[in-house]
Design a protein around this ligand. Structure first.
Ligand SMILES: Nc1ncnc2c1ncn2[C@@H]1O[C@H](COP(=O)(O)OP(=O)(O)O)[C@@H](O)[C@H]1O
Ligand SMILES: [Mg+2]
Length: 349
């Protein structure tokens, strides 16, 4: 059987450019080469598409994070597909390992739809909705999932009255950011305005929520042969003096630890797994998602967010959760490609 040509799309215009590159490097090292022929495609910070060498080093070298080099051969990507100097790349499928805006938010997915190219992961609608917490939250709530109490503020249109009913501490965060950028924990009214202004630096729409006092527990969902499955759950333990899972805690070495909690009351893990699957279906996700929850001392399971293209380096939470669930990094990659191959076009004609 001829090998499938899989375009591994990485980099991109969001703040998670480097993480995306490291994820792509991990995929290049683990993809089943008996079945797939990967074609490495980079998107520069400025948004230019370039063809990378198969052997491109997409890893941290001497403490330096990888980045897409804009001087590489430019790829033309349009509704007729992808080509370099008029030569088509003949891709059978695209794996958009991109995080954040212009990647995880439905835009690349829409481009692939119009070009008639299959791709790994959620479609246009699920990607766009999951990216915007102000839309995802009410959908989760309408499916019976518990969400944090809160309100949405739109730049130039909000009033203090909207926040009056919320009790401190509060979390203030952009509706469409990631990596905890623009997010603050606010303990009293005096620092609220500063936190609101800070979040508005990242987005024109922000969320103000009551802080949930709970453990942060995550669950990975993977579609295998058309059916979503939930992984064992993992807990993020924040070490040192970070107030919450902030940017530094996420990306600095030794700031967090992932544990597989042994002390959850009977049935709680299964409830979180069921909630993760419900969230996956509520947004109409496909392929994969990492669903993040709070588990409170009162035993509540509160959904925080769903990521349609979670961090995917070999040491990221998503593969870690599946490794615990008995699936290797290579097997997950193959399952994701298989899931993309069996589904029909997303847009109903
Ligand atoms: N309502 C909340 N209560 C408690 N902690 C929160 C709340 N909202 C956000 N956080 C903290 O901020 C982190 C980042 O917020 P999150 O909504 O996950 O945004 P991002 O998309 O940037 O990851 C969370 O992992 C958690 O530590
Ligand atoms: Mg998060």
């Amino acid at each position: 059987m001829p090998k499938l040509r899989v375009g591994i799309l990485c980099g991109g215009q969001s703040s998670e450019h480097e993480i995306s590159c490291i994820s792509a490097g991990g995929i290049m090292g683990a993809i089943d080469r008996d079945r797939f022929e990967p074609v490495l495609i980079g998107i520069t910070r400025a948004g230019t598409w370039v063809l990378l060498d198969q052997a491109a080093k997409l890893e941290i070298i001497d403490g330096k994070l990888p980045e897409i080099d804009p001087s590489l051969p430019v790829i033309t990507a349009d509704i007729h597909g992808f080509s370099v100097n008029g030569d088509p790349l003949n891709l059978d499928l695209v794996f958009p390992i991109l995080h954040g805006p212009y990647g995880e938010d439905g835009t690349i997915q829409g481009m692939c739809e119009v070009a008639g190219i299959r791709y790994v992961g959620s479609g246009v609608l699920a990607s766009a909705v999951a990216m915007d917490k102000s839309f995802a939250k009410p959908i989760f709530a309408s499916h019976g999932l518990q969400v944090a109490d809160g309100t949405v503020l739109v730049s130039g249109e909000w009033s203090a009255q909207q926040i009056a009913h919320l009790s401190y501490p509060l979390f203030v965060k952009p509706a469409r950011s990631g990596s905890s950028r623009g997010t603050s924990k606010v303990k009293s009214f005096d620092t609220l305005l500063k936190a609101i202004e800070y979040a508005f630096e990242y987005d024109t729409k922000i969320l103000v929520e009551s802080a949930i006092n709970g453990r942060e527990i995550e669950c990975a969902v993977l579609e295998i042969a058309g059916t979503p499955h939930a992984s064992p759950v993992g807990e993020i333990k924040i070490l040192g003096n970070h107030e919450f899972y902030d940017f530094e805690a996420k990306y600095l070495d030794d700031a967090t630890e992932v544990v597989f909690p042994q002390d959850l009351p009977a049935g709680v893990e299964a409830q979180i797994q069921a909630a993760a699957m419900l969230a996956f279906k509520a947004l109409g996700c496909e392929g994969l998602a990492r669903v993040d929850f709070f588990y409170t001392d009162q035993g509540e399971i509160i959904i925080n967010e769903l990521n349609t293209m979670p961090g995917f380096t070999p040491t990221s939470m998503y593969p870690k959760l599946w490794s615990r669930g008995g699936r290797t990094y290579s097997e997950i990659i193959s399952a994701l490609i298989d899931a993309a191959l069996i589904r029909s076009a997303h847009v109903t004609r």
